[in-house]
Design a protein around this ligand. Structure first.
Ligand code: FAD
Length: 589
């Protein structure tokens, strides 16, 4: 095996971690807690990566938090559930490791750091099956007061601009209802006043609101915990190249803003946590379907550096199973200044009653109230007549008033609606035929589709696609619409539509690894000293999307497992070339 090291290190640590997202920062926290000297090198000038722009929901079954929330969950139920969802797609060993370690990882993070979660009593799994849970598995990061960060606040990557009100206000999932209809009740009004008031005061002193929620709170909590421990987080220090000696990865070359390079030695290992391949110029083209090339929700600095550096030393790329990407349907609004606002249609509109999605043939193609990932899997499916990309979400005026559509929030304001129309984001047709013509959709097809949908919808049924059949879709529907919270007929015109495209929210494809996050080579043997987690490691769910928090759950749990493994807290520490899923579980506190 060739060596690319001349024996000289500019610096040496125990564990060298690339990427300060959820995966990298969790690994760093636990490794530091285990007494290792840790260095986190981050490519950009801020921590957080996609994590900080995410919902922050973290899917970990069987935690103590589920008990606290009054919906005790069990690992055995989750195992049955995953067996039915992931089925024969492989990766059982790593999934078992995830299930076994999950509760321990969350317990320990909560105990030793400022990372705090709360389990949602109601946040159902995304697919149905034996062992599926209605609540207890989706962990939400507790809101975080960023004022304690002082000048480090600017080091936390802000959320997506589309997710902030008043130029910087974050809104928690639990506050959405109040903010969308502030005058509906005294409680809504008081809550809205508190959230908005806090942000306005913040804006006098800070570039954005300091009440952080969701993924931004998670990233900030991890960062704050690292700072309190004095862990070295180095900014604008990208991974350039891995260093390998006698087959073992012993360090890496990092870059800097002044163009200088550093060779950093890593006594126990190098961890790749650089956020995956979503914007890798070649791998994206090679792995992602042609119909999903247009949009990515990851920062444009996510160029797949971790994966490509590993591939250079013969690591194995796993195509991610059913799908290389994990997806959200997104609409795009072009602003006057030429910039785009990209809106992921996550929970607010697709499952609400009175919306259908059609393709250019005017046909429905999927249960619109499915999870965002499964909705896009439906868009990408090609039954011989092409994928349904782009697709159009079609509603009537009452729907806009009640639920809004994409970037257009609910309400009656005709001026606001007209503004969205003028920008080309919202397309309006007095009749279905006019709407079809404007969208470039087959008018006869659309007429037939609406006629069929409405015929069943009057009796709250959707025999073709089963809207409202799953607990998750009913949960995201409108409880006031009974008996089926996801179905009501489309009324008379005018009709409105927004166009949606597939966008990746994460990748399922990534480096092939063991249950301890050790990276495998092309022959399936462990590359000693090299680890990967988060989106750099292939998803343990093999391209399926079982529940809310499908990527952050494993990112955190495998970060924890890697730290335990390199710290010698597992019996297979030296088991180079072998993979033992549960090895570290019996020796932990
Ligand atoms: C709108 C949206 C909502 C989402 N909501 C959820 C959710 O609620 N739950 C869930 O599970 N998932 C969610 N996701 C997906 C989730 O955010 C990501 O899968 C997850 O955050 C990835 O974590 P990570 O640590 O692997 O990567 P990141 O958080 O992206 O961190 C990677 C870090 O590595 C850095 N980096 C890149 N290259 C280098 C280099 N060469 N050297 C050093 N550093 C480098 C990056 O700058 C970044 O800081 C959502 C995604 C989006 C877009």
């Amino acid at each position: 095996m060739q060596s690319n090291h001349d024996g000289h290190w500019d610096e040496e640590v125990d564990l060298l971690i690339f990427g300060a997202g959820a995966a990298g920062m969790t690994t760093a926290l636990i490794a530091h807690h285990e007494g290792l000297k840790v260095l986190v090198c981050e490519k950009t000038d801020a921590v957080g990566g996609i994590t900080s722009t995410s919902g922050g929901t973290t899917w970990v079954p069987g935690t103590r938090l589920s008990v606290d929330a009054g919906v005790p969950d069990s690992v055995d139920d989750a195992r049955r559930f995953l067996q039915s969802v992931v089925s024969e797609r492989g990766g059982d060993e790593a999934r078992e490791a995830f299930l076994q370690s999950g509760p321990l990882a969350i317990d320990e993070l909560q105990r030793i750091s400022d990372v705090k979660f709360i389990a949602a009593a109601a946040h159902p799994d995304y697919v149905t099956g034996p062992g599926a849970a209605f609540g207890g598995r989706a962990l939400a990061p507790m809101p975080f007061d960023a004022r304690v960060l002082g000048k480090d606040f600017s080091r936390v990557r802000p959320p997506r601009k589309e997710f902030m009100g008043l130029g910087g206000m974050m809104v928690n999932r639990s506050d959405l209802g109040a903010l969308l209809s502030p005058f509906a009740s005294a409680r809504h009004f008081t809550r809205t006043a508190a959230v908005v008031g806090r942000c306005l005061i913040d804006r006098l002193r800070y570039p954005r609101g300091t009440q952080l929620v969701m993924g931004n709170a998670l990233a900030a909590r991890l960062f704050h915990s690292l700072r309190k421990r004095g862990v070295d987080v180095r900014f604008e220090a990208p991974l350039i190249e891995l260093i390998r000696e006698d087959g073992r990865v012993t360090g890496a070359v990092t870059g800097s803003t002044d163009g200088s390079r550093k060779r950093i030695g890593a006594r126990v290992g190098v961890v790749l946590a650089t956020g995956g391949i979503t914007r890798h110029p070649e791998l994206r083209k090679q792995l992602f379907p042609a119909a999903a090339q247009r949009l990515s929700l990851s920062p444009d600095t996510h160029t797949g550096d971790g994966v490509s550096s590993a591939l250079q030393i013969d690591a194995r790329l796993d195509n991610g199973g059913d799908s290389p990407g994990l997806w959200m349907p997104c609409s795009i609004r072009r602003s006057r200044d030429g910039s785009d606002s990209v809106w992921p249609h996550i929970i607010l509109d697709r499952a609400k009653p009175g919306l259908i999605a059609v393709n250019s043939r005017g046909q429905r193609f999927v249960n619109e109230s499915n999870s965002y990932h499964d909705f896009v899997m439906g868009m990408l499916h090609d039954a011989g007549d092409g994928p349904s990309v782009p697709a159009h979400l079609i509603v009537d005026a009452a729907f806009i008033r009640d639920y809004g559509l994409g970037l257009l929030m609910p309400g009656r304001s005709s001026a606001r609606i007209a503004g969205f129309e003028r920008s080309g984001y919202l397309v309006k047709g007095a009749t279905l035929a006019e709407l079809a013509m404007k969208l470039g959709v087959d008018a006869d097809g659309l007429a037939r589709t609406v006629e069929t949908y409405n015929r069943h919808a009057v009796s709250s049924e959707d025999p073709l696609f089963g809207r409202g059949a799953s607990p998750m879709s009913r949960f995201n529907g409108d409880a006031a619409q009974q008996p089926n919270p996801c179905v009501r007929p489309l009324g008379d015109g005018p009709y409105y539509a927004v166009t949606v495209w597939p966008a990746d929210l994460a990748c399922s494809a990534g480096l092939a690894g063991t249950a301890n996050g050790e990276v495998l080579d092309a022959n399936g043997a462990v590359i000693p000293g090299l680890f990967a987690c988060g989106n750099d490691l292939a998803s343990i769910f093999r391209g399926t999307y079982p529940g809310p928090g499908t990527t952050l759950g494993p990112a955190i749990v495998f970060g924890w497992r890697i730290a335990k493994f390199v710290a010698g807290k597992s019996s297979d520490r030296d088991a180079v070339g072998r993979t033992r899923a549960n090895a570290c579980l019996h020796e932990l506190p």
